[in-house]
Design a protein around this ligand. Structure first.
Ligand SMILES: Cc1ncc(C[n+]2csc(CCOP(=O)(O)OP(=O)(O)O)c2C)c(N)n1
Length: 369
């Protein structure tokens, strides 16, 4: 009997440098042989500013959380090139982002005020309100639920003949949800102008990538949905920008969706309630720290004369000042009250919501609406 051959190579990416991923900068920040930088020095410096801001914001918010001034927060730490590289390829005046919950700098660059974002993490429901004219869906905690919404929005934009694109972020863990497969299948079928950015950061809380899927990569799943799949070094800002730019242009010009697997690494615990020392071997963390995207881009910028110690110092000071002002503004806002969570559930509250609200405010006898 003839044996059936496996149609995909049974080799999987377990972290560290994937030799097949697209990259433009090597680990030391030098352009790889033959590479041409897709961003000018000024544009790459702007990317670095967003990355510095993201890291400084993570550090500040974690410190505020430890003081009891912030609720739970999922840091971007380690994934800055992945998030900012995508963001730089978008036009905030016409393209939409449907986020997960670990993309702070992309939301800020798209027009979300930092004080509003902080309000969200403080636990004030008003922080979840996206200001008018800002092309963002609200942060999504229910993993993968943003994907069908993103496809629906993209299809709507296509039907209205707009030249706008939807970009949605999703994690490696969330890609095991039914919503992921349903959304990608439909997007491929209707050629929706949507780009799926799957951030493979090594873990879904404590579940390592090796326990997430038997597929050789996340990107190779794209074939099953009839769309291109790309693997990119997610710690290389220039490479992430380029693959996203190409995918966005393809979507904008009627070429349909793309699945980008951005291979990065979460250098911080899943969120402020997690302890990654329980499941990440210390030697793994140390090795992956050497792939930190910030020094890598910093070295590149300094090699082209776009940054020096003095200008970096100024950037860091400006970013710190911006964060301090946003924290003050958020903390000066009116405190939320527990019953506010019921205000945004339904346009007309159901009897159960009315009862629960009354219970929480102490205004009702249990069971009486
Ligand atoms: C539908 C649903 N199931 C479970 C959870 C609990 N949960 C929160 S984050 C998470 C892991 C997500 O991992 P991944 O998609 O890889 O994203 P990452 O947090 O690593 O960026 C889980 C299971 C949830 N938020 N929503």
């Amino acid at each position: 009997m003839t044996r059936v051959k496996a149609i995909v190579p049974l080799r999987s990416f377990e972290g560290g440098a994937d030799p097949d991923a697209f990259r433009l900068l090597d680990a030391g920040g030098a352009l790889v042989k033959g590479a041409v930088a897709p961003l000018s020095g000024d544009a790459a410096l702007e990317g670095y500013r967003w990355m510095l801001l993201s890291r400084a914001l993570d550090e500040r918010v974690v410190s505020l959380q430890r003081q009891g001034r912030i609720g739970t927060y999922s840091a971007v730490y380690g994934q800055e090139a992945s998030v900012v590289g995508v963001s730089l390829a978008l036009d905030p005046a016409r393209d939409w982002i449907f986020p997960q919950y670990r993309e702070a700098p992309a939301l800020l660059r798209h027009g979300m005020p930092m004080s509003t974002l902080l309000l969200y993490f403080i636990g004030n429901p008003l922080g979840a309100r996206v200001p008018d004219g800002v092309l963002l869906a609200p942060i999504q905690i229910s993993i993968a639920a943003q994907l069908p919404h993103a496809v629906g929005m993209a299809l709507g934009l296509k039907m209205q003949d707009r030249d706008a694109v939807v970009v949605t972020f999703v994690g490696d863990g969330a890609s095991s949800e039914g919503d992921f497969h349903e959304a990608l299948n439909l997007a491929g079928l209707v050629r929706a102008p949507v780009v799926f950015v799957l951030q493979n950061n090594g873990y879904a809380i404590s579940t390592p990538r090796s326990k997430q899927t038997a597929a050789a990569s996340f990107a190779c799943r794209a074939e099953g949905y009839g769309m291109p799949g790309v693997r990119v070094d997610g710690n290389d800002l220039l490479a992430v920008y380029q693959v996203t730019h190409e995918a966005v242009e393809r979507a904008r010009t009627g070429g349909g969706p793309t699945l980008i697997e951005s291979q990065t690494y979460r250098l911080y615990p899943h969120n402020t309630a997690d302890d990654q020392s329980r499941y990440v071997p210390p030697e793994e963390l140390e090795a992956r720290r050497l792939e930190d995207p910030l020094p890598r881009l910093r070295n590149y910028l300094s090699s082209i004369g776009a940054i020096n110690e003095a200008s970096e110092e100024q950037l860091r000071a400006a970013v710190a000042e911006e964060i301090t002002a946003a924290v003050s503004a958020a903390e000066a806002s009116a405190r939320s009250t527990p019953d506010q969570i019921f205000d945004y559930v339904y346009a007309s509250p159901t009897p159960r919501v009315i009862r629960q609200r009354a219970e929480i405010t102490g205004n009702a006898k249990i069971g009486v609406v």
